[in-house]
Design a binder for this molecule. Structure first.
Ligand code: NCD
Length: 292
């Protein structure tokens, strides 16, 4: 049995197979591939896209989805996370999708279950399905020719798990990762090129991925206001006109902080296409992990 905790759980070949399946699911036609299967979703952090995207993907494939309302679950009565998950597992679900603010928590549950665990985001660590849908969006845009492409990931690269998963995944497909951030958001390692300003890299970039400032993970206030940050790090029409890069963002977008209103409407901004691709990628991942 296979779990998805981090993108390195899949080989390059497995990822390309997932992309092939995802392409087939992009017509959004209902089918019976997972008929009779039950998928449990457990979200201990907010989610709009990821949770609904898993749910829609599962339902398009004929599976049923049970969402545990963590606000009313027995965790409030003192049950440990491990007991909650062992109890859910005793009801024989076919997969458990989990998001939690603690780094490593989804992985630590593996010994308590008999079904695949899918990490839907753990703290600052990983968000593998997001990175796979980001790579898929890039891969389709460049018709598979990702080798030698350059990406700038802009913003809170220190606290973003989307940045974490992408910076580990994209180089496996020949993509050169550059990080652009103010000092307070810089990544602490030295495996990647880091820059202070968008203007330092923009002329060379094929892809720009903007990020939301992960305010919920900051324990101090770094900027007087997000507008202050936006002056240097918001992607605007001026950037769109200067270089023909593909613009991505995992969502939720803080308008006019991460990306300006008009840049969001630009044809090379594929934020909503990422969301559509997210359903197809998650359908392909559910199929692979549940049917093997
Ligand atoms: C991201 C997350 O939760 O890490 N959202 C998402 O799943 N698309 C990014 C974010 O919250 O900024």
């Amino acid at each position: 049995m296979q779990h998805l905790i981090r993108t390195s759980d899949f080989t390059k070949e497995e990822i390309l197979d997932i992309f092939n399946d995802a392409r087939g699911f992009l017509d959004f036609k209902p089918c019976d591939i997972l008929k009779g299967k039950i998928i449990v979703t457990l979200f201990f952090e907010n989610s709009t896209r990821t949770r609904s995207s898993f749910e829609i993907a599962a339902k398009r494939l004929g599976a049923e989805v049970v969402n545990l309302d963590v606000g009313t679950s027995s965790q409030k009565k003192g049950e440990t996370m491990y007991d909650t998950v062992a109890n859910l597992n005793a009801m024989k679900p076919d997969a458990i999708v989990i998001r939690h603010s603690v780094h490593g928590l989804p992985e630590s549950l593996i010994g308590y279950v008999d079904c695949p665990i899918i990490n839907a985001g753990d703290g600052r660590h990983s968000h593998p399905t997001q990175a796979l849908l980001d790579l898929f969006t890039i891969y389709e845009y460049f018709e598979g020719k990702t080798d030698g492409k350059k990406i700038a990931i802009v913003g809170d690269v220190r606290n973003s798990r989307v940045a974490g998963s992408n910076r580990r995944l994209l180089p496996r497909f020949g993509i050169d990762v550059n990080l652009v951030a103010p000092d307070c958001f810089k990544y602490e390692g030295n495996e990647y090129k880091q820059f202070d300003k968008i203007s330092d890299v923009i002329d060379d970039m094929d892809v720009i991925m903007a990020l939301r400032s992960q305010l919920e993970r900051h324990n101090i206030t770094y900027f007087e206001s997000l507008q202050e940050y936006a002056k240097d790090f918001c992607i605007t029409m001026e950037h769109m006109e200067r270089k023909d890069f593909l613009l991505l963002h995992p969502g939720p977008v803080n308008r006019n902080v991460d990306i300006s209103d008009d840049a969001l409407k630009h044809p090379r901004c594929k934020v909503l296409e990422q969301v559509t691709n997210g359903v197809a990628i998650r359908a392909a991942i559910l199929k692979k992990l549940i049917l093997g």
